[in-house]
Design a protein around this ligand. Structure first.
Ligand SMILES: Cc1ncc(COP(=O)(O)O)c(C=O)c1O
Length: 450
């Protein structure tokens, strides 16, 4: 316990990321141990072969993808949850009560009704998938659960910037990825509302039935927010399900200055988001909210004698989470979320959002003030995409890999209008302005030498 507390306290002193040496990688191909080893030896193995080689997203100079930094309260909650080893698939116990409170807090945070249903899942990939199944149920009813979707010509709509997991969800739900119509972006990297309207009309004329509109609140590439109010209105007019992928953007609701970006989310039929990103809960902690509890339950519930709920006793307490999602056995994921939210409060988490966005603006300013760096997308939130004047895509990829392998910084990359961009997603509550300045200075030094 002491080691892990000191580990978190001393993150700055270590590298962001260390590549596994070949002998360490190789050591994980050893066979299943026949006999056990002493706890002290096991801990020594952990220290030597595991702890040094993790992703690095706890580090204040990790800017890659959209990774949360975690927090010490959540770490301790995982220990407590492990000791209780509760199975939160169902039954009448406190694990379910804690999860329901977390869901109620999440619904209130986003302005959804108090009766909103929900379930905690691994992450937004699963939450988006489960939301899409709810939309499928709304469109096709029980028949789709029993017989599949048959030859229903259902179509869904999202922007070209939609996360790949929504495409994957269309595939997994049996619609096929092509049934997701990817609508072009406007100049602010948001869904083009007029193009969406046109595509829906064209599809109807061609005999398709639009059943789902997905808005993105914080796109993975650039952090752009679709106009959720406009999407909700179109969805109501077109009688489709309105889902919002707010994987990291949902937490903007806790920041008074950024909450307006989410205007309209309260009217969504479903929302997917993560506590493991901006809320700094340790992985994994995804959340699905569904406005109509009856549709949510009808999408997943099954009746089996060995899992029948009872009016009293331990088998009481319906509805059970196993009837609100695909998992039967589930850990006490809610505890680390509940403890994080209780320990720090909504205001402090809103400040994390504000700080990250202020740092992103600072990075954008440094880029604008440099004649070597170029901003490649507007900075609407906490993601900054930039390039280096005169650098090829391969040179940019090499530079990012060099920074990572040196253990100095971990930005990631993406493609903006055909150009490879260095992408800094500022999510970690430990990141400070000097970390951003150090990133820019290091890139300027390295590119001056190129
Ligand atoms: C906009 C968006 N949607 C969905 C996801 C997938 O979330 P998860 O990694 O929690 O499955 C991400 C991940 O970064 C994301 O940024």
């Amino acid at each position: 316990m002491d080691d892990m507390i000191y580990h978190l306290a001393g993150l700055r002193d270590g590298p962001v990321w260390r590549k596994m040496p070949p002998q360490i990688r190789e050591s994980f191909s050893a066979g299943l141990p026949e006999t056990g080893i002493a706890p002290a030896d096991l801990y020594a193995e952990f220290q030597a072969r595991i702890q040094p080689y993790v992703t690095g997203n706890t580090h204040p100079r990790f800017f890659g993808w959209v990774h949360g930094g975690g927090n010490a309260v959540s770490m301790l909650a995982e220990l407590l949850a492990g000791a209780m080893n509760a199975n939160c698939g169902g039954r009448d116990h406190v694990g379910i009560a804690v999860e329901r409170q977390v869901i109620a807090w999440a619904a209130a945070m986003l302005g959804m009704p108090a009766a909103t249903s929900g379930v905690l899942l691994t992450g937004s990939s699963m939450a988006n998938f489960c939301a899409l199944l709810c939309a499928r149920y709304q469109a096709l009813g029980d028949a789709a659960r029993t017989n599949g979707i048959g030859d229903a010509k259902l179509t869904a709509y999202a922007s070209e910037a939609v996360h790949r997991c929504v495409t994957g969800a269309m595939d997994m739900a049996g619609f096929g990825a092509a049934a997701l119509r990817k609508i072009p972006l406007d100049n602010s990297f948001r869904i083009d509302i007029d193009a969406l309207r046109r595509r829906i009309a064209e599809d109807r004329a061609a005999g398709f039935t639009p059943f789902l509109i997905v808005g993105t609140a914080g796109s993975v590439d650039t952090g752009a927010f679709d106009d959720l109010a406009a999407l909700g209105q179109i969805a109501r007019g077109a009688k489709t399900w309105f889902h919002v992928d707010a994987a990291f953007g949902a937490l903007a609701a806790l920041s008074p200055s950024h909450a307006p970006l989410l205007t309209g989310i309260g009217a969504a039929d479903s929302v997917a988001f993560d506590f493991h990103k901006w809320a700094q809960v340790t992985y994994d902690a995804g959340c699905l909210l569904v406005r109509d509890p009856a549709v949510h339950l009808a999408t997943f519930a099954q009746t089996t004698s060995y899992l029948a709920a009872a009016p009293r006793g331990l088998a009481g307490g319906e509805p059970w989470p196993c009837d609100l999602g695909p998992d039967l056995s589930r850990g006490f994921r809610a505890l680390k979320i509940w403890m994080t939210l209780t320990a720090y409060g909504a205001e402090a988490l809103g400040q994390v959002v504000d700080n990250s966005c202020a740092l992103a603006q600072h990075l954008a300013e440094r880029i604008k003030n440099s004649n070597r760096l170029e901003l490649l997308a507007p900075v609407s939130l906490n993601i900054v995409c930039f390039g280096i004047a005169g650098f090829s895509n391969d040179q940019t990829l090499d530079l990012v890999a060099d920074l990572q392998e040196a253990g100095l910084f971990a930005p990631s990359t993406t493609t903006i209008n055909g150009r490879t961009a260095i992408r800094a997603a500022i999510v970690n509550h430990r990141t400070e302005q000097h970390d951003i300045d150090a990133l820019v200075d290091e890139i300027l030094v390295r590119t001056a030498m190129a």
